[in-house]
Design a protein around this ligand. Sequence first.
Ligand code: C5P
Length: 222
Amino acid sequence: RQGTVVAIDGPAGAGKSTVASHLAKRFGLLNLETGAMYRALALKALHSGTAVDDGDAVLLLTRSTHITLEPGDGGNRVLLDGLEVTSDLRNPEVTAAASRVSVHGPVREWMVAAQRALGLAAPSGVVMEGRDIGTVVFPQAPVKIFLDASVEARGDRRFAQQPAAAENKETLLREMRDRDSRDRSREQSPLKPADDAVILDTTGLSLDQVLERTEALVAARL
Ligand code: C5P
């Protein structure tokens, strides 16, 4: 039988990765972070001098790129053309470039096809995390969770988690706002909750509360 899909979407810093990794362990599912694929492509674009805003150039690059996600400690190990790049994907340059390569429609189609294939190949099922999982990648997913939080709360959490990810909190907040508005306003598969997603605003919640609520949502639907 085909495995189940738990779709986790939402803006940056809403807690998607933490929730996805927890749910995957708890329910014995494979955790797939689709953002890491856009990040790996962005890294390759930066290294190869490909203009991230040039859709044709980025599509050409995508077609000659092989990205694999493997189970890692919490998050995924990411292989770019066979080489591990996991620790190179979180710096601010790659983060900003990822949100720019992901704007191009044909590049997204390619990525979505790869993500569907990865999801379908996992016998027990997946927790897949991203921006368009419940709307585009797996619109039939039996569990869809859209995690949200105020931009201040998301900025605080991100800064506490990875202080090295930005010069200071103001820069981090500004970059996060830019990235969110690009993700929400792009033409193809913009960031938005699926009609049948459960929206969870985590602004005033502790991590334990978020994990407890999301676990209950999955348990009720599997
Ligand atoms: O989730 P993460 O922050 O790693 O994603 C990096 C960027 O990749 C996002 O800002 C977004 O532009 C893009 N992305 C996307 N669709 C996904 C996952 C990520 O457009 N499913």
